[in-house]
Design a protein around this ligand. Structure first.
Ligand code: BCO
Length: 565
């Protein structure tokens, strides 16, 4: 069934041809630092021109589906047209200007792509966020960023309305919905009537483009600011070798649009190569739907966190052959060598690993065609120079455990974050000699392959999310049953780690049924903060291990969980 989506009519779709490649955009070399770059005008409009000149096949730029049989297929020409309209809505109707900030809290709907490109055209800094956020998370983000605009759907609009009086900088609220809502601008109607004429700004490569919020160990999420260089990096030859995408490829990156992985895997990577970007709405994650989708559509590459591949493997007892799938990529958390091998054996497709953070984008990986060393995250992708360093920034000998460092002196490489916005102290803290210290531990072998070992702080890595323990502890503290708590990672066969809370109860709750209380506390955390952070394991204790100064020793609890004590 092929339907139009909210009045946008699908472009014709023919069979793919494999003869064309995206070599035309290869204008830059790995260490080039062009003064000006804008993904919309330099990349998207380039492919629009290629389409017009008949130099790109007829496959769509964006191919979106949902479980109801709706489908959207937009060519690069349509993307250019619609994103110019989006830029006009943002600037003319909403009054946003270059350098203003827009919080973008949308599920996987086609409008997300229009708005991100619209922002890039207009120089508006977009700040993606997951739709799992609750009012408190949104309030914090709006206040700390002084965002002038927010765009979301019906689900979160009431939460935004409840806090808007506390956000004096906020001047525009955009709704993506089939219904109108008082006080909100209706994006779907506005884009239809907006003009398709828009002149893209001439952005400097080092002008700010996006802000991603990242979890901290001790405090609230930090604002990781990226320049247009993040998008330029996808055009550099070494980065292009990573996926080796062709215009005939169809890439599906299963990441929530709130994360940097989606901005790279669902936008910059495929479109730099003129490939088709495939999106499934997936309002709820279901491994069965993933399997069916890989069978039904001609997806050639799939990028997802390890937990997704694990969940698919868990569902199937025999071999699986997805008709078009050629290559799989994973990142966001560590992958076991056995899992990598199991995926290859059962599907016949290689699964290669990448590594990155909100601060770095994709920093290293096993490039397509490169030898896979099971359990390794591959090698640095230039212009990043990764070394294993000690606490002072000295490079450690091969095969020695240390921190993963990315060289920033004498020159910060293209694509690395600019700074933690408004937080010079944290920015300085992660600078370590000539390197940015990722805080992740690893070793490097003779061939430059990097082997991940873990974090050097309390951040919990679960299903590809990085969760700050303090955020969960703060959420628990709001419940009357919790006298104090300590949150750490605990091993899990599917999610690698899950959040575990050690809780000291207040006297009134000591006699309560512990299973019931566990569920109540889990629901409570899900209701006050993004649900992915909720403690999947809870243990009630009479006291928490502390230092003589009264600081909770999370490391002791973590070691206990991992059987190291
Ligand atoms: O476990 P439960 O079922 O009880 O609860 C789940 C959800 O059902 C629930 N939930 C989700 N949305 C909700 C909600 N509840 C209320 N309101 C909502 N709006 O909350 C729990 C959420 O946990 P989850 O998201 O971990 O669970 P799920 O659904 O099993 O999904 C599994 C994954 C693997 C799809 C998911 O964990 C995921 O998407 N992980 C990937 C995250 C990611 O993309 N990370 C990349 C970060 S960027 C990076 O690493 C840099 C690389 C360059």
């Amino acid at each position: 069934i092929r339907k139009s989506y909210h009045g946008f009519h699908p472009a014709p779709w023919y069979l793919c041809c494999r003869s064309l490649s995206g070599a035309g955009t290869l204008r830059w070399k790995d260490y080039d630092r062009p003064k000006e770059f804008n993904f919309a005008s330099d990349v998207l409009d380039y492919w629009t021109q290629m389409e017009q000149e008949g130099k790109r096949g007829p496959n769509p730029a964006l191919w979106w589906v949902n479980n109801q049989g709706d489908e959207v297929k937009w060519s690069f020409r349509e993307m250019t047209d619609l994103s110019r309209r989006a830029a006009n809505v943002l600037t003319q109707t909403c009054g946003l200007q270059q350098g203003d900030r827009l919080a973008l809290i949308l599920p996987r709907v086609p409008e997300w792509w229009l708005v991100v490109i619209g922002c890039i055209r207009a120089g508006i800094i977009f700040m993606p966020g997951t739709t799992q956020m609750k009012a408190k998370d949104i309030l914090y983000r709006l206040q700390v960023s002084k965002a002038q605009g927010i765009m979301t759907t019906d689900t979160l609009a009431p939460e935004v309305d409840s806090l808007v009086s506390e956000c004096p900088a906020l001047k525009t609220k955009l709704l993506v919905s089939d219904h109108s809502r008082h006080g909100w601008l209706d994006f779907r109607s506005l884009i239809k009537s907006a003009s398709p004429d828009h002149t893209c700004i001439k952005s400097k490569t080092l002008d700010p483009m996006a802000i991603f919020f990242t979890s901290g160990t001790t405090g609230l999420p930090k604002m990781t600011k990226h320049s247009h260089g993040l998008a330029l990096r996808s055009s550099l030859p070494s980065c292009r070798k990573f996926l080796q995408l062709k215009t005939s490829d169809v890439l599906w990156c299963i990441s929530d649009p709130g994360w940097i992985l989606a901005v790279l895997g669902c936008l910059f990577e495929p479109w730099t190569s003129g490939s088709t970007l495939f999106i499934h709405h997936l309002p709820q994650f279901d491994p069965k739907v993933i399997q069916q989708t890989l069978f039904k559509y001609p997806i050639t590459l799939c990028l997802a966190v390890p937990a997704v591949y694990r969940m698919i493997l868990q569902q199937i007892s025999t071999s699986l052959r997805f008709p078009a799938l050629e290559h799989c990529i994973t990142g966001g958390e560590a992958l076991l060598p056995e899992e990598q091998e199991e995926w290859r054996r059962r599907t016949g497709v290689l699964l290669s690993e990448i590594y990155g953070q909100s601060e770095t984008g994709i920093s290293c990986g096993t490039l397509r065609g490169m030898k896979i060393k099971p359990g390794s995250m591959g090698t640095s992708i230039p212009p990043f120079d990764i070394q294993i360093i000690d606490e002072k920034g000295n490079i450690l000998p091969l095969n020695t455990e240390g921190n993963i460092g990315i060289r920033i002196k004498p020159t910060k490489p293209m694509g690395l974050f600019m700074c933690y916005e408004d937080n010079p102290v944290k920015t300085a803290e992660v600078e370590c000699g000539d390197f940015y210290n990722t805080g992740d531990r690893a070793t490097m072998d003779e061939e430059g392959y990097i082997w991940f070992l873990g974090r050097n702080d309390d951040i919990i890595s679960s299903s590809g999310y990085r969760i700050g323990p303090t955020e969960v502890e703060n959420a628990l503290a709001e419940h009357p049953a919790v006298a104090e708590s300590a949150v750490v990672g605990s091993p899990d066969p599917i999610r690698k780690e899950v959040v575990k809370a050690f809780i000291v109860l207040t006297p009134e709750f000591l006699s309560r049924d512990q299973d019931q209380l566990t569920q109540e506390l889990q629901q409570h955390v899900k209701s006050v903060t993004a649900p992915y952070k909720y403690p999947r394991k809870v243990e009630f204790v009479s006291e928490l291990p502390k230092t003589i100064t009264g600081k909770i020793k999370r490391s002791e609890l973590r070691k206990k969980e991992f059987g190291q004590m």
